[in-house]
Design a protein around this ligand. Structure first.
Ligand code: DGL
Length: 307
């Protein structure tokens, strides 16, 4: 959807990203890997770990969380929002676009353009139940090329594995097997990580794909599609030791465990992590601010004030 041009990205300095937990760190990583200097942009990242996962929640609830988080990010004086959570983009991306005063970026359209440009004909999408139910990737891809066959499935066991920091554990491969078997049986040429948590399972996914598929299956990371499209830089640069120095990290969950597992995801120390109370997020909700304005008593004009 949304703001897509390279020039709009160049002019944006301070970017807010959000996800239900650690997943959006994969999007941050892709964006940071396109910077020439670590301080070229500043990032504010918030993971709503306390309410993670979003993927089995109803759309109305997700949309109210998005209003709260985007309201909080706007209070941090950001110039743009990156929806680093496909479940949120699927449930309320259009709505966010309608009320956000700053440009909004998500992963869906750039992934669709990438798939069409690569001339892939059978594509699998692993996503959360909420994203798969809305067929978010299928609709975005078919908008670009109606002939591409898309098989989009919900993989609800995966986000809890990433959130628990178990990406390398045998449970990860066990959980992945049925999902990948289903997609491989459709003869897909490529599989999209349709949830931003899944790139952190990439080595387990590669193992299971190699085990189950007789042909080569390309893995597509939507975060890479977004980062290369908006930065105009195709390839990642090596992420240096100070790459995340201009990033602020916040969570609604436990700050220490967010720092520990988040550092493992990004292979760099991301502490300190700030704690954000749910009450503060709720108070920041874009909706409650709109409601506040609407509910304010009408201004009373007295003749003296007018003259
Ligand atoms: N990482 C998110 C996504 O891209 C959300 C996962 C979840 O909370 O279920 O969909």
């Amino acid at each position: 959807m949304i703001e897509t041009t390279e020039s709009s990205w160049t002019n944006i300095k301070r970017i807010g990203l959000f996800d239900s937990g650690f997943g959006g760190l994969s999007v941050l990583r892709s964006l940071v890997s396109r910077l020439d200097k670590p301080d070229e942009k500043q990032f504010v990242y918030i993971g709503d770990t306390l309410r993670c996962p979003y993927g089995d929640r109803p759309a109305r609830q997700i949309s109210s969380y998005v209003k709260q988080i985007s309201g909080w990010l706007l209070q941090q004086k950001i110039d743009a929002i990156v929806v680093a959570c496909n479940t949120s983009a699927a449930a309320s991306g259009e709505e966010l676009l309608s009320y956000s005063p700053v440009p909004v970026f998500d992963l869906l359209e750039h992934t669709a353009s990438f798939v069409a440009a690569r001339k892939l004909s059978r594509v699998g999408v692993m996503a959360t139940n909420a994203t798969a139910k809305r067929k978010a990737f299928s609709r975005a891809i078919r908008k670009v090329d109606a002939n591409i066959e898309v098989f989009e499935i919900g993989c609800p066991l995966l986000v809890p594995i990433v959130e628990a920091g178990l990406t390398e554990a045998p449970e990860a491969q066990e959980a992945l097997r049925p999902y990948i078997r289903e997609l491989v049986s459709q003869g897909v040429d490529a599989i999209i990580y349709g949830c931003t948590h899944y790139p952190f399972l990439s080595s387990a996914i590669d193992n299971v794909v190699n085990e189950l598929s007789r042909k080569t299956v390309q893995m597509l990371d939507p975060a890479e599609c977004l980062a290369s499209a908006i930065s105009g830089k195709h390839d990642r640069t090596i992420i240096g030791a100070d790459a995340y120095q201009s990033c602020r990290f916040a969570t609604t969950g436990d700050a220490e465990s967010f720092a520990r597992i988040g550092s493992r995801c990004l292979r760099q120390n991301i502490s300190p992590v700030e704690s954000v109370a749910l009450a503060d997020l709720q108070a920041a909700s874009v909706w409650s601010r709109t409601a506040e304005v609407l509910l304010q008593p009408p201004i009373q004009f007295s003749p003296e004030a007018v003259s």
